[in-house]
Design a protein around this ligand. Structure first.
Ligand code: FEO
Length: 166
């Protein structure tokens, strides 16, 4: 079944949101690199790559369904952040918004009896559970570390060990 024009439009919107998330994580990577928190910077770079893969997953899906991808503007990320905790709080809140958007798309696909789109979105729903969990855990750890410089140093090293497949 060819994708409906309304679903195509909504998924095109999601493609730009995923690229927007990628862009946001790159801005965060740049912030951390400037602060010499290279583990956090590496983690953010990996996350940016993940997000562009998410965008391409939807891109490919729209094409596979006989639809037409049209790219929209990507939101400009903040130019700076107050501190590492604020960066991860922003990331966590952003992921919660992404989840809400995916849930809306899933609901819309259900309304259209577009089960193929629902199946693809199911993957994203599961992925978002993981992404929200990870960012929330990092926020909690950074809160615990507070102003402790050696704690921040150790945590930076730990996040820098993130593998490319995460
Ligand atoms: Fe692909 Fe984390 O949203």
């Amino acid at each position: 079944m060819r994708i409906s024009s309304s679903m195509q439009k909504a998924l095109n919107g999601q493609i730009s949101k995923e690229f927007g998330a990628s862009y946001l994580y790159l801005a965060m990577a740049a912030y951390f690199a400037e602060k010499n928190l290279n583990g956090f910077a590496r983690w953010m770079r990996m996350q940016a790559l993940e997000e562009s893969k998410h965008a391409m997953k939807i891109f490919d899906f729209v094409e596979d369904r006989g639809g037409r991808v049209t790219l929209e503007a990507v939101d400009r990320p903040p130019p700076d952040f107050p501190n590492p905790l604020a960066v991860f709080e922003h990331a966590r809140d952003h992921e919660a918004k992404v989840s809400a958007g995916i849930h809306q798309l899933f609901e819309m696909a259900g309304g259209e009896k577009d089960f193929a789109t629902q199946a693809t979105l199911q993957w994203f729903i599961t992925e978002q559970v993981e992404e929200e969990k990870t960012s929330t855990e990092i926020v909690e750890t950074l809160r615990m570390i507070g102003d402790n410089a050696s704690g921040l140093y150790m945590f930076d090293k730990e996040l820098g060990r993130r593998g490319s497949s995460d």
